[in-house]
Design a protein around this ligand. Structure first.
Ligand SMILES: [Zn+2]
Length: 218
């Protein structure tokens, strides 16, 4: 009897894990399929009709959080071919992480039920290039470059294109800041949240996954 109960519990947990993994897999697939449509000039521009506007005016249920750069060439709804109410987007130059980004993500997870976070950098990022130049920018821009500097320091001795390397490292760094600093880590939701990292190529419109989806854990 006890063995039967244990086996049943195992089956339920296994099914839950499997189902959850498939759900998260489908979120990434949905984003990548949208990007493929965009890249191949076959965008369907979903959920931008009057009916969607009316429906989402009552409540929103986005399926993913995208944290990315403010760059005018990196508009998540366009490059992933999504519509109104689909993506919860936070944007800061250099896709650096700060209290505003973290607070916005926490809101989306806790109040809107989002369970998938994508940190998205992009090629030829101006904020990354400014950091690598070594010049101290004026005003608040230096806050951005100071946030990117640790990534540059880790990549500057590496072989390869220094901007590309730093863009990827900066995505990883922003992910690690979410994993380190977010209050989500202390919430009961911790084991349900998936985070991934990607780079958008402004040259051809493609997405490169640099950190595959993983659980948001320390
Ligand atoms: Zn940028």
């Amino acid at each position: 009897m006890n063995r039967f109960i244990l086996f049943s519990i195992f089956l339920v947990l296994f099914s839950f894990q499997l189902g959850y993994a498939q759900t998260m897999d489908s979120v990434m697939t949905r984003l990548l399929n949208g990007n493929r449509r965009f890249m191949n000039q076959m965008a369907i521009h979903p959920n931008d009709d009057r009916n969607t506007i009316l429906k989402t005016s009552k409540s929103q249920r986005p399926f993913a959080i995208v944290h990315t750069c403010s760059d005018s060439r990196v508009s998540p709804e366009l490059i992933f071919d999504q519509g109104i109410g689909d993506l919860f987007v936070t944007r800061v130059a250099g896709n650096v992480m700060g209290d505003g980004g973290l607070g916005s993500m926490e809101y989306a997870v806790e109040h809107l039920g989002v369970r998938f976070i994508l940190i998205l950098g992009h090629t030829k990022c101006g904020a990354v290039t400014a950091t690598i130049s070594g010049q101290k920018p004026a005003g608040h821009i230096s806050w951005l470059t100071d946030k990117i500097l640790p990534s540059y320091q880790r990549t500057k001795e590496m072989q390869g294109d220094i901007i590309d390397l730093t863009v990827i490292e900066n995505v990883r760094h922003s992910m690690s800041e979410v994993m380190r600093d977010s209050a989500l880590l202390d919430s009961a939701l911790r084991n349900q949240i998936i985070i991934a990292g990607a780079v958008y190529h402004i040259e051809d419109g493609s997405i490169q996954i640099v950190v595959p989806p993983q659980l948001l854990t320390k």
